[in-house]
Design a protein around this ligand. Structure first.
Ligand code: NAP
Length: 334
């Protein structure tokens, strides 16, 4: 691949939103490296996806210690892209990583102890060849470690400069409020909450959005396309090159149900009336909440990144459109 030179107009079309009550702005569309960037994937394709994303103003890239497969390989590849193509652009990037799921054997490679979080971040920085990440997340709540210890670890990480901001992911509304209060008392406010949210998974509407607003925390929605279900991809069966067909894909074929596809077909009619693709309408629908700073998409090909950024051409909904969407979603089993 030739030397990469980013487009000079890369900031023209993207919209950047204030993350909660912080000074950090995130692009409306962010790119996650959970799938398609691991050791099993095409390095060349992954690198092209990074280029296209940055060319379109996507400045935020989301990782975790365990992304791959194998675990850690997405961070390793990302480190190579940074080194090859983005070394002059570090200050234009917001890079996040996380720890909270199992990463290595024994009692110190999982959950939420200070021991695990700090050593995991050191390993992540090493894999990516970075001195610091912009956002470090606790990836999921730990029922055994005291919340104070996990939050103190995040505070310590920020204070020693290994991350600029702290975030949490998959925390319930109640736990988010508690965590936020502890972090505020330590002087390291919680920047962001990363939660699963899409037309097919609406748990955050039952309290979390309210908690984010109350605490001034930004929201970033992961799997906003329900891993590809909320696109036109599965309307005629499961394509062989899709996530649901891959052995290591987290979307399993049995999740592509006739009921869901029938809903997507009806939603797609509304999207067409709005002059959008199904994926674009699904992303716009997530971004309709003012608490939602960004949608965190995945992509296996460049056209999907183009499609996602195109959603920003129409993110407003009429009340009739919202009602029509609601009537279809009401049948969803969350
Ligand atoms: N905090 C957490 O616990 C957590 C958990 C999961 C994910 N995440 C983060 O969220 C990110 C995004 O998650 P996700 O990949 O599940 O998001 P997603 O945007 O819901 O799904 C992305 C997948 O949908 C398909 N797709 C995307 N755009 C499409 C289009 N325009 N037309 C047709 N198909 C399209 C592609 O799959 P194909 O391969 O089939 O083309 C793509 O890889 C992850 O990378 C990660 O950073 C966080």
């Amino acid at each position: 691949m030739q030397f990469y030179s980013p487009r000079s107009n890369r900031y023209d079309a993207m919209k950047y939103n204030q993350c909660g009550q912080s000074g950090l702005k995130l692009p409306s569309i962010s790119l996650g490296l959970w799938h398609n960037f691991g050791g099993v994937d095409s390095f060349h394709n992954a690198r092209s996806l990074m280029h296209r994303a940055f060319d379109l103003g996507i400045t935020h890239f989301d990782l975790a210690n365990n992304y791959g497969p194998p675990p850690g390989s997405a961070e390793e590849n990302f480190g190579k892209f940074l080194n090859k193509d983005f070394s002059s652009y570090r200050d234009e990037l917001v890079i996040s990583t996380k720890a909270g799921y199992q990463m290595w054997q024994g009692p110190y490679g999982d959950w939420g102890s200070r021991k695990y979080l700090i050593s995991s971040l050191d390993q992540s920085l090493n894999r990516m060849g970075l001195e610091y990440v912009d956002i470090f997340y606790h990836h999921r709540p730990d029922p055994e470690t005291p919340l104070e210890e996990t939050m103190q670890a995040l505070d310590q990480i920020v204070r020693c400069g290994k991350a600029l901001y702290a975030g949490i992911s998959n925390y319930s509304p109640e736990l988010t409020l508690k965590a936020s209060k502890i972090l505020k008392s330590l002087g390291t406010p919680c920047l962001i909450h990363q939660a699963k949210y899409s037309m097919f998974n609406r748990w955050i509407e039952k309290g979390l959005l309210h908690a984010l607003k109350e605490e001034g925390i930004g929201g970033i929605a992961f799997s906003p396309l329900a891993q590809g279900l909320l696109t036109d991809k599965y309307l005629n069966g499961i394509p062989t090159d899709s996530r649901a067909a891959k052995p290591h894909g987290f979307l399993r074929p049995e999740e592509v149900t006739a009921d869901k596809i029938s809903q997507v077909k009806r939603l797609n009619t509304i999207a067409q009336q709005r002059g959008q693709s199904m994926a674009q309408m699904a992303l716009a629908w997530v971004l309709r909440h003012p608490e939602m700073t960004s949608v965190l998409i995945g992509a296996s090909r460049i056209s999907q990144i183009d499609d996602a950024v195109g959603a920003l051409n129409n993110i407003a909904f009429s009340s009739e459109e919202l009602k029509a969407i609601e009537n279809i979603l009401i049948e969803t089993v969350v």
